[in-house]
Design a protein around this ligand. Structure first.
Ligand code: SF4
Ligand code: SF4
Length: 138
């Protein structure tokens, strides 16, 4: 099986994905990848800082590059928070456990500037929610 290439921050986006995205093709690929990984969580991923198997379907991609510099900043934040390295191979199970921690505890700083943050941040632990933690999706 050809390994799946994934940008580190897409490990977060896959958790919070609710059927919205940049275009129908992108949404279809997100849904497909999320279903595939949750069905087979031991699937190996290769972390990349370049365009990955999701970017390929995004209108904000030019060749192998994202038109925005923000995703790479968020990728670096995820690497720094998890201790992971670009080029590393990791299972979805392992990456999901790490990104769930970020989603609970560090999302606002990790994803600062992202246009989707107000939607994704409903899964963060806040002082108000500490006795009733929001349920994080798979
Ligand atoms: S915005 Fe950039 S990083 Fe995000 S999916 Fe599109 S091309 Fe990839
Ligand atoms: S805030 Fe943006 S980068 Fe962070 S998980 Fe949501 S969509 Fe992905």
């Amino acid at each position: 099986m050809i390994p799946i290439h994934l940008r580190p921050h897409h490990g977060l986006c896959l958790l919070t994905f609710e059927g919205r995205g940049y275009c129908p093709e992108f949404v279809t690929q997100m849904a497909h990848l999320k279903n595939l990984l949750n069905r087979t969580p031991k699937t190996h991923l290769i972390l990349t800082l370049q365009c990955d198997d999701l970017c390929h379907y995004c209108p904000h991609r030019t060749g192998n590059h994202c038109d925005s510099s923000l995703p790479e900043k968020i990728d670096q934040n995820v690497l720094s928070l998890t201790g992971l390295k670009a080029g590393q191979s990791i299972t979805w199970n392992e990456l999901r456990a790490m990104t769930r921690q970020i989603l609970s505890n560090n999302l606002n700083s990790c994803c600062s500037g992202c246009e989707w943050l107000s939607i994704c941040s409903k899964y963060c632990n806040t002082p108000k929610s500490q006795h009733h933690s929001p349920k994080i999706p798979n």
